[in-house]
Design a protein around this ligand. Sequence first.
Ligand SMILES: NC(=O)c1ccc[n+]([C@@H]2O[C@H](COP(=O)([O-])OP(=O)(O)OC[C@H]3O[C@@H](n4cnc5c(N)ncnc54)[C@H](OP(=O)(O)O)[C@@H]3O)[C@@H](O)[C@H]2O)c1
Length: 210
Amino acid sequence: MKILVIGSTGRVGLLLTEKLLQDNHKVVGTSRHGDRLFEASNYSQIDLNLLGSMEEIRKEIPNDIEAVYFVSGSRGKNLLQVDLDGAVKTMRVAEDLGIKRYIMLSTIFSLQPERWNEVPSLRDYYLAKFYADQWLMKNTELSYTILQPGHLKEVKATGKISVNVNDLGDNSIEDVAETLKELLDKESTFQKVISMHDGGIPIKEAVSFS
Ligand SMILES: NC(=O)c1ccc[n+]([C@@H]2O[C@H](COP(=O)([O-])OP(=O)(O)OC[C@H]3O[C@@H](n4cnc5c(N)ncnc54)[C@H](OP(=O)(O)O)[C@@H]3O)[C@@H](O)[C@H]2O)c1
C-alpha cells in the first residue's frame, strides 16, 4: 500500500515508518526540517506543516495515498492548532483525496471526560484529542481506527500488549508502533476505538478481533 505517516519524525512515527518500509509498503513521511529520514527506495518525504491551510496541506499530499496515519502532536505547545485543528484538516483532506483508511494515534481516556481528572495536567491535551477523535468518528466517512495508549515509554519492546483496557498503563513506544502497523488493513478494527498498554498478549493476536 502507499501510506502517509503524518509525524514520521516523532518517536512513534520513526519506528512506525521503519516497520512499514520493512514490510515493503511505499511510505510517504512528513518533516518540517528537510533532512530525508530514510534512504530506502520505497520511502519518500513531504514537507507538511499542520499549521498550514487545508489547501496547502492538500497540495503536499500525493493523490495516490491509500492510508493515513496521524502520529503527530505538539507536546502540549499548540494543542488547538496542531493536535486538534491540524488533525481535522488532514481528515478533511484525506476525504477530499478519496483516501478511505485513517488511523489515529490518540490517548487513553480521550473519549471519557469523566476520567480526565486522573491526570489534571493533561486536561487541555485530552480536550484537543477528544474533539479530534469525535470529528473522525462523527463527521467523516473514513474507515478509521483510533488507538489509545497510556504513557509512552522508551523501553524495550516485548511484542505483547493488552487491549480494551480501562486503566492508565505504560506502553513501549516500539510496541505502539508495531500495533499501529498491525492495524493497517485489519477490517475488524475499522470504526473501532482501541485502548492499550503493555501486557501479555502477542500484538497480532491482541488486535485480531472477530
Ligand atoms: N507522550 C505520551 O506519553 C503519549 C501518550 C499517549 C499518546 N500520545 C500521543 O502520541 C503522539 C506521538 O508521540 P511521540 O512521542 O511520537 O511524539 P513526538 O516525538 O513529539 O513527535 C511529534 C510529531 O509531530 C510532528 N509535528 C509537531 N508539530 C507539527 C506541525 N505543526 N506540523 C507537522 N508536524 C508536526 C513532529 O514533527 P516535526 O519533526 O516536524 O516537529 C513530530 O513528527 C503524541 O503527539 C500524542 O498525541 C503520547
